[in-house]
Design a protein around this ligand. Sequence first.
Ligand code: SF4
Length: 488
Amino acid sequence: MPRGFLAGHALGFTGGLTPVARGVLAGHALGFTGGLTPVARGVLAGHALGFTGGLTPVARGVLAGHAPGFTGGLTPAPRGFLAGHAPRFKDGPPGAQPEAHGAARIFPPVVRHLYVHIPFCVRRCSYCDFSIAVRKRVPAEEYVDAVLTELTGVANPAAMPRGESEGELETLYLGGGTPSLLPVEALARLLQELQPRLRKGAEVSLEANPEDVTPDAVRAWRAAGVNRVSLGAQSFDDRVLQWMHRSHDAARIGAAVRVLRASGIDNVSLDLIFALPAELNRDWGRDLELACALRPAHCSLYGLTVEPRTPLDRWISRGAVRPSDERRYAEEYLLAHARLAEAGYAFYEVSNAARDGYRSRHNSAYWSGRPYLGLGPAAHSFDGRARRWNIREWEAYARAVADGRSPVESGEVLTDEQRELERIYLALRTAEGLSLATRRRPAPSFAALWVEQGWVVEEGGRLRCTPEGWLRLDGLVAKLFVAKELPS
Ligand code: SF4
């Protein structure tokens, strides 16, 4: 069991704000690669060591996962989360060895959610530590060959022979990196191979940077089957975009949304990053207003986190900027809730808001704990009990696949406690909340205090976080998890 996590938490939760979990979520925004959220990296990890009761951080990655670099499945996030806790595979995850393919494979023959990580970017953004490959020229053919080999190859314990997976996928998520950098011919070839595995009406999402959204590209994406686009907007302030080392300017965001609509893709999501250093004087309220004016179907919000060895980390080390403090983080998070609600969006997850009918079906599968398969470098896969992840670096991944070796780098099997912890965490991330009926005990008495504080509501046999509660998500989860082990 995550001893540290619980320990720290159990003993140190005091109900107040802390800085906590920013990382948890964060990881995602920027580097999620396949699934899950951001969860637990920080939550569990960071927490363990220093939770004192407060703020968590929304989801840089989780959310982001999509934003700047999530790649499909889990992220590295949950890796840390569970890390140290879940037993690691000694010789690779079950089924990771070619000879184990078949009887020992951990994945069911049929998965309904597929994540494909496309790692290429034209440059690295100042805050990003995702698994990316900066390339002026994208090795498109080589990339598609590698992913298709992984999909069907015997070296992959979770290979999906077409006969077994025909028409079974409910969602496909092409994340990165910058998937929109992949030339349209290569994307079409990839989707042509995946198409027979998709159910009618499947959600097919593509992450795109605004500068790649042209009428010709969108027509080709749409013809290939893409029906949802997640745009990395981040801010509508050119000065801020330059500071982030983004490759687009503010004007390109609105232009991209208009091109997508005119070409028949209405299901557009915008990623925005909040909690930037105070020195930037970023006007978050203005950015929210401009985002809402574009009427996207969906918005994902990521709290900026400082990742080691990024330009942002170096700027902070030499005192050029300071990370946002908790107060600012909380104010901006709550302002986003207020503004988006006024504009007709409902937060259905700690970092994600949508207009009616436009929730992300793919990410919702992660948050429901459903199995998913991830393909490509750094992509994560999960079968409900075991999680595994691919080699992170593009060239090493491509070499492994070309040599007929498994691209799986490592994995872990979750214990019952870890699964319970993840279940509580993921449920409380969502607007549906945690069903108390599925817990071994009724809501603990301290939940009444949380209701009084305005952090949760308890109704219909469920515990749901308010926005104030989502700011403290990590702490609430830890307390709940520990509570089930207390004597009644
Ligand atoms: S576009 Fe920027 S934030 Fe997104 S993955 Fe590439 S470098 Fe990272």
